[in-house]
Design a protein around this ligand. Sequence first.
Ligand SMILES: Nc1nc2c(ncn2[C@@H]2O[C@H](COP(=O)(O)OP(=O)(O)OP(=O)(O)O)[C@@H](O)[C@H]2O)c(=O)[nH]1
Ligand SMILES: [Mg+2]
Length: 292
Amino acid sequence: MPHKAGFVNIIGPPNAGKSTLLNQLVGEKLAIVTSRAQTTRHRLMGIVNGKNYQIIYSDTPGMIKPNYKLQEFMVKTVVSALDDADLILFITDISDSPEKQEPLVKRIRDKKIPVICALNKTDLISVEEVKNIHSVWAKIFPGQVVLPVSALYGANLPELLEKILALLPEHPPYFPKDQLTDKPERFFVEEIIREKILLHYRQEIPYSVEIVTESFKDEEKLIRISAQIFVERESQKIIIIGRKGQALKIVGTESRKDIEAFFGKKVFLELFVKVKKDWRNREKLLKSFGYR
Ligand SMILES: Nc1nc2c(ncn2[C@@H]2O[C@H](COP(=O)(O)OP(=O)(O)OP(=O)(O)O)[C@@H](O)[C@H]2O)c(=O)[nH]1
Ligand SMILES: [Mg+2]
């Protein structure tokens, strides 16, 4: 049997369930998930290996109209994922209006790359409604696979995998067959901390935060990690730390537990908060934070 391999890029509007779907398809919690839009900022690959195939999934940020430089970088990430896909896995909340997705749908159609359209969160509506909306999307993507799914509950995901495998090109593996992701350990530390910040702080605070792992020392009995939390203004630093450091302590404890679970090892985590004025709009700083 010939070997199949390819890049399956998960693309869609914010909050559609892209990261949830990546985690389910890979079978590991690689990507952070929250109920807030624009949780994902970077492209993240999750690799699934079978005897005769290798699927390289990419989670991407939600497609938006950018308001500041960081968001411009996020959009650039989505655009490049549209370009290098062997298969575009377009995902949208089944309850979101198809009209709203028109500009992104047009970009996808123009690529002339095979598409699977996953209509997510079917658990929230009736079977009848799913049928009706499915027929609307089938007209938007004629001749392509349109599949209602629930990423959260795993509904229809075996069918989705089958369709992906059917459309995957013949190719030798791109990565070693035991590789799970393209990202280094530090990335997951930073994302876990950011997830806790998204969960615990309101309004703009999480969007003004960037995490940088200063040091990551894998010692015999534990991993010693020191990370910086960058904010844009002094007032945000005060909020992040909280009264008597209580707020930051919660973020630290919850992050440590998740990082321990992720690496399967005890962790000592130190967090520092620093102001980098207006970092979201400073190109050089953004590049130093890994945005390309
Ligand atoms: N009910 C339901 N909720 C879901 C489903 N899939 C995802 N969610 C929820 O939708 C929210 C957004 O999920 P994410 O996976 O972070 O969505 P995303 O598309 O990656 O979002 P961004 O990274 O912000 O663009 C979270 O609260 C998820 O738990 C689903 O199938 N059913
Ligand atoms: Mg996401």
